[in-house]
Design a protein around this ligand. Structure first.
Ligand code: CP
Ligand code: NVA
Length: 314
């Protein structure tokens, strides 16, 4: 990773990476995964580096896979809940960013507001990595792209259909990554829950450059026709609990069940970033069925995050 073109960069959005840089991250992840399975788990390429991981919200996959990714590269992860830092008592983000920059080599954060990450990045002297905000979940989307490449051989021209809350972090980053890799992404949601216009515009611009296709299709049955990948996420994201009842009512027709999967391509796979709510956005039959690749998808978080850390810090 020496001489990495991404060295010193922030990763707040999938749009921070060009198509070429995205390919570099995914190729590096695939290579690190092969080395992992060949028994090369301790690489020491980031020996002596320290990464701070800050969580404003709960996490299983992101927290554990980031800690393990850092450790396998020889770096040391330091993990904090917001309340354990003075940040939780009102110390400004800009002060926290400048102080942490004197101690650690990168700051990764899971935050309620994307603006908090932007402020962190503006004041930190070290790379800042988005571990999920209200707007985007780029590390998830990188793992999703790697999973699609593994299962379908490519992303270009593969029809990916995301059903449910089209305005959430996972939908936004998936939309951007597929558009930037020249794939075909359909967001199927009620019109009230379409992707935010600023994200849609970025995806439109990317698709125009790569030959990708982006669509919004309100009818879920229409949307999944011919889909190679059917993807969903929770109906109520962390921080939106007040919306729960209304949201569940609105999104009920978007549940991914066996009947819907049968309208997709016979080779369709089912993806979910997890955690899943069985009986809401997906049925037990689908997530546990032959379509599901969710455990491979979750594993890929580890491999792409090793690539991201190695390329940003290497
Ligand atoms: N998919 C994902 O980010 O999971 P966690 O919330 O468990 O980190
Ligand atoms: N959209 C979900 C993703 C969880 C990984 C949330 O923000 O809660």
């Amino acid at each position: 990773m020496s001489g990495s073109p991404l060295r010193g960069r922030d990763l707040l959005s999938i749009d921070d990476l060009s198509t070429e840089e995205l390919r570099l991250v995914l190729d590096t992840a695939a290579s690190l995964k092969r080395r992992f399975y060949a028994g090369e788990r301790n690489l020491n390429v980031l020996s002596g580096k320290v990464v701070a991981l800050i969580f404003e919200k709960p996490s299983t996959r992101t927290r554990v896979s980031m800690e393990v990714a850092a450790l396998q590269l020889g770096a040391i992860p330091l993990t904090f809940n917001r309340s354990e830092l003075q940040l939780g008592r009102g110390e400004p983000i800009k002060d926290t960013a400048r102080v942490l920059s004197r101690y650690v080599d990168a700051i990764a954060a899971r935050v309620y507001s994307h603006k908090s990450l932007e402020e962190m990045a503006a004041y930190a002297d070290v790379p800042v990595i988005n571990m999920l905000s209200d707007l985007e979940h780029p590390l998830q989307a990188l793992a999703d792209a790697l999973t699609i490449m593994e299962k379908k051989g490519r992303v270009k021209d593969v029809k990916v259909v995301y059903l449910g809350d089209g305005r959430n972090n996972v939908a936004h980053s998936l939309l951007l990554v597929i558009a930037k890799l020249g794939g075909h992404i359909v967001i199927s949601s009620p019109s009230k829950l379409k992707p935010k216009p600023e994200i849609w515009k970025l995806a439109e611009r990317a698709a125009a450059e790569t030959g990708g296709v982006i669509e919004h299709v309100e009818d879920p049955r229409e949307a999944v026709k011919g889909a190679e990948v059917v993807y969903t996420d929770v109906w109520v994201s962390m921080g939106e609990e007040a919306e729960a009842e209304r949201r569940k009512e609105l999104l009920r027709p978007y549940q991914v069940n066996a009947e819907l999967m049968k309208l997709a391509s016979p080779r369709a796979i089912f993806m979910h970033c997890l955690p899943a709510h069985r009986g809401e956005e997906v049925t037990e039959e689908v997530i546990e069925g032959h379509w599901s690749v969710v455990w491979d998808q979750a594993e890929n978080r580890l491999h792409v995050q090793k690539a991201v850390l190695a390329l940003l810090l290497g």
